[in-house]
Design a protein around this ligand. Structure first.
Ligand SMILES: C[S@@+](CC[C@H](N)C(=O)[O-])C[C@H]1O[C@@H](n2cnc3c(N)ncnc32)[C@H](O)[C@@H]1O
Length: 278
């Protein structure tokens, strides 16, 4: 199946025989210059008046396609709403260091580096890395122009060696559509514990998530043992759907002091109502 043929109603059947729906977003358009090369998609970044170009390889599996929650984070980055979500909680007086978990095609991490001028590490499983590297290279100009950097690293959740290589020197961890198979809940939570719990440093995990199954409550229940979890943004449901993408903020329980006057990145967080809704 080529990228241009993916529709919101397309279904991927996973190894557990569950059905997941990745889909291309209403925020994202195909450029006519992409005709004839259907694996490439241009994502227009309004704030930079430029495109991020992403190669999707749908026939290779779910890690090679753009998922709905990624497009929500992309929009929050482009509109700079994410700035106020971040600075509401912590004041950072240095360039942001961002780690993305389960990056897939890399759209979110690449856009974050370009838009925020951040130093970003995009990560995923070994077999996903070549396409991730391809997309990072394809966007070197827009990322460099925004003053950001992106590096790629292999990180299988829960793999201690890989976690130590990637380290925990980040201000913000991001992830989109990373809660789907229940066997991944524990490794993801262990990775988040490594990154967020302990130490003096203040860090947060921003997770964009589209609810698909009731069982996902198990993930949130486990997560709330170690993290304060808040809803920081809700997207409206896309056509025919009951729920939209929700963005959650996770903070290690001992690091949850709010500094509401922090405005390093600008913006007015009061517009975004915080809810305990998980
Ligand atoms: C549903 S896709 C979402 C991809 C991307 N974040 C997006 O929103 O478009 C889930 C991603 O998590 C990655 N993933 C799955 N299991 C993983 C694991 N154990 N460790 C690290 N990444 C994993 C997959 O390779 C895939 O890229």
């Amino acid at each position: 199946m080529s990228t241009s043929e993916i529709q919101p109603q397309d279904i991927i059947t996973t190894t557990n025989n569950e059905q997941i729906q990745p889909f291309t977003s209403q925020h994202i358009t195909n450029s006519s210059s992409d005709v004839g090369n259907p694996d490439f998609r241009r994502h227009y970044v309004k704030s930079l008046k430029n495109d991020v170009i992403i190669r999707q390889l749908p026939s290779e599996g779910l890690s090679f396609q753009l998922w709905p929650a990624a497009t929500t984070l992309f929009s929050l980055l482009d509109s700079h709403k994410i700035d106020s979500i971040i600075s509401h909680h912590y004041k950072f007086n240095h360039r942001l260091r961002i780690l993305e978990l389960g990056s897939g095609t890399g759209l979110v991490g690449i856009a974050a580096a370009a838009i925020l001028g951040a130093d970003v590490t995009v990560t995923d499983l070994a077999h996903v890395i070549p396409n991730l590297k391809f997309n990072v290279s394809a966007n070197a100009q827009i990322v460099g122009g925004g003053g950001g950097t992106v590096v790629t690293a292999e990180l299988s959740w829960g793999n201690v060696e890989q976690m130590e290589v990637v380290g925990k020197e980040y201000d913000v961890i991001m992830g989109s559509d990373v809660v789907y198979h229940d066997h991944l809940y524990e490794p993801l939570i262990n990775t988040l514990k490594y990154l967020l719990v302990g130490g003096e440093r203040k860090r947060m995990f921003l997770m964009a998530h589209l609810k698909r199954w009731k069982k996902e409550a198990v993930f949130f229940k486990k997560a709330k043992k170690f993290f304060e979890v808040d809803v920081v943004y809700r997207d409206s449901p896309s056509d025919g759907k009951r729920v939209g993408v929700i963005v959650y903020r996770f903070v290690g329980k001992q690091c949850s002091t709010t500094t509401s006057s922090s405005t390093t990145l600008g913006g007015n967080f009061s517009k975004l109502k915080l809810e305990n809704d998980v």
